[in-house]
Unconditional design. Structure first.
Length: 133
């Protein structure tokens, strides 16, 4: 494998989990440049725009998530999940539902488990409710 790429990708993912959005985006952008055909950094970058607060931007998230889905030939459950959440975040519920359904039909969905997308959907809905309050 490509050790430097994996290290940068993991660092970006860890920063994202810690809420260090700018550092995460910097690492994920580096990872995208190092492996332009890999959907993972693109999907994680999309996810960074779905975080609550001032960094939230569903339009950017949607564009990046669509790119990640294309890179994965629409076969990566995580990419589809991020895309569905981006549609949900821009109040396009019907489109979100389409991608959740598509995601559930993928073999890779078994790796994530059925509770995975339910919890991410709940997370997004509670974020939207608190930001609209």
């Amino acid at each position: 494998g490509n050790a430097p790429f994996e290290a940068v990708l993991l660092r970006g993912e860890r920063f994202l989990e810690q809420g260090r959005i700018l550092q995460a985006r910097e690492q994920l952008t580096r990872a995208m440049a190092a492996a332009p055909k890999d959907p993972r950094p693109v999907s994680l970058l999309a996810k960074s725009y779905l975080r609550a607060g001032s960094e939230f931007n569903a339009t950017w998230a949607k564009q990046l998530a669509q790119s990640a889905c294309r890179l994965s030939n629409w076969q990566n459950a995580e990419c589809l999940n991020v895309l569905a959440r981006a549609y949900e975040g821009s109040d396009q519920k019907a489109n979100a539902q389409l991608f959740y359904e598509r995601m559930k039909s993928l073999p890779s969905m078994k790796e994530l488990g059925s509770g995975y997308f339910e919890s991410s959907l709940q997370q997004l809905r509670s974020h939207k409710a608190s930001s609209e309050a």
